[in-house]
Design a protein around this ligand. Structure first.
Ligand SMILES: Nc1ncnc2c1ncn2[C@@H]1O[C@H](COP(=O)(O)OP(=O)(O)OP(=O)(O)O)[C@@H](O)[C@H]1O
Ligand code: SF4
Ligand SMILES: [Mg+2]
Length: 410
């Protein structure tokens, strides 16, 4: 009887142990399921939705209801002091940007063209507030409709905007830190600005690299191990990683071969389609700008002289300076002779610009009024603006014939 009792006691103890083990196993199993469902794959290629998950596609952005314009620039000036009196008073300024106005639509590209020294880089850097703005306004509007007057923001107020407004430089050689790996270069700002949780940075950087056409095994390599085109892709990936709204591309392809230029431009266009980014694309090369831009602004000595849609500027260039720039573009036709001589003479100094129309010292249509008064910006067709006295309403026949005479002489 006693042995029967002890046997049943032992059985119940064992049953209790087995039951307890089953419960523990069940908890472990549930824990494992939860862990695997939240874990991200090490290699983003294993999962197609990674880009969407990381918010790198337009589906995650509220762009449909966003305001039409991302940037409105009005009469922007950037004057650099060039000489001072012995008491420190500024005596002369170099007018690098001298009253520039334009609007940029969200998700579109404006091309800024002009000769070397006309103020393109200064314009871009001034908008990004890398310089304090001398005068005028630059209003950036985010996708939620919040407006920021960049000219008035203090350094501290600008900091949160640094991720939304990015710059891609011309020189991919000097703009990458040589002692950092590609992964560290792209991941640095992601970490600083908390773009994704810390444990996701590695996968996020791999995904950004994939989108920019960079192989995953480049992650641990150094900038000197890459070609110019690949380095520019790294620069683009670095700018893109912080999910910007506006990217100012300052001659991003000028240092590259023609075939690599096309690859980088196609990459920028693809990223724009996927992420809804707006670009301000600076270049001295009209053939490049024409390919990527929705609208074009032509700059001369710190001012915009002609502005309109790409079709307007390329199909109906109306300012003598724009026409001269086009004449200097090589034509892929052996029977058509390029006439680069149309743009003669040197660019005058922005520290001492010519009076009246700043282009009058080089213009073959120059009239008397050109050296006396500054031409106003006129809308010659819907959305196509030109600043030239040839479009003045009160131009008389004598002046028209004088321009024809000048043209023949030239
Ligand atoms: N920090 C500065 N201080 C003084 N002058 C400057 C400064 N930065 C630019 N400039 C002058 O402003 C003018 C415009 O320069 P900017 O670099 O904007 O021209 P750019 O159109 O970008 O030329 P490029 O096509 O050669 O890059 C030039 O005359 C230049 O010397
Ligand atoms: S305003 Fe006169 S000088 Fe200037 S671009 Fe026109 S025609 Fe030439
Ligand atoms: Mg420049």
């Amino acid at each position: 009887m006693i042995s029967l009792l002890s046997l049943s006691q032992q059985a119940s103890v064992w049953l209790g142990v087995i039951f307890g083990l089953l419960i523990v196993a069940e908890f472990c199993y549930i824990g494992y399921i939860l862990y695997t469902s939240h874990r991200k794959p090490r290699n983003p290629r294993q999962k197609n939705e990674t880009a969407t998950e990381f918010g790198l596609t337009d589906s995650s952005r509220n762009l449909e209801n966003a305001p039409k314009y991302i940037l409105n620039v009005r009469d922007l000036k950037q004057w650099f002091p060039v000489s001072k009196s012995m008491f420190g008073k500024v005596q002369a300024y170099l007018r690098a940007v001298d009253g520039v106005s334009f609007d940029l639509e969200r998700g579109k590209t404006i091309g800024i063209v002009g000769e070397s020294g006309c103020g393109k880089t200064t314009l871009g850097r001034t908008i990004l507030r890398l310089y304090d703005i001398t005068e005028g306004s630059a209003i950036y509007t985010d996708e939620n409709g919040k407006e920021y007057e960049l000219a008035k923001l203090k350094r501290k107020e600008l900091r949160p905007l640094r991720t939304q407004l990015q710059l891609v430089f011309q020189d991919p050689y000097s703009s990458l830190p040589p002692r950092m790996t590609v992964g560290a270069i792209i991941g640095e700002a992601v970490k600083v600005h908390h773009i994704v949780p810390k444990e996701q940075i590695h996968d996020y950087v791999l995904e950004v690299m994939r989108r920019c056409g960079l192989q995953p095994h480049y992650y641990d390599r150094y900038p000197h191990e890459f070609s110019g085109g690949q380095r520019q892709r790294i620069c683009i990936a670095r700018a893109l990683a912080v999910k910007p709204n506006l990217v100012i591309c300052d001659e991003p392809v000028s240092a590259l071969d023609v075939s690599i230029q096309a690859q980088v431009i196609n990459l920028l266009k693809k990223l724009q389609r996927e992420m809804g980014i707006s670009y301000m694309f600076i270049s001295h090369d009209l053939s490049v700008v024409k390919y990527i831009s929705d609208s074009i602004a032509v700059m001369y000595l710190g001012n915009i002289v002609e502005m309109g849609s790409t079709a307007d500027i390329c199909g109906n260039a109306s300012h003598p300076y724009t026409q001269a720039l086009f004449s200097a573009v090589p034509v892929p036709n052996p029977h058509r002779k390029a006439k680069p001589e149309e743009l003669s003479g040197e660019l005058p100094s922005p520290a001492n610009p010519p009076k009246g129309c700043k282009f009058h010292t080089r213009c073959k249509y120059c009239m008397e009024r050109c050296s006396e008064s500054v031409p106003e910006m006129r809308e010659i067709s819907a959305g196509h603006f030109v600043a030239c006295h040839l479009f003045d309403e009160n131009l008389d026949d004598a002046e028209v014939s004088s321009t024809e005479h000048n043209e023949q002489e030239a």
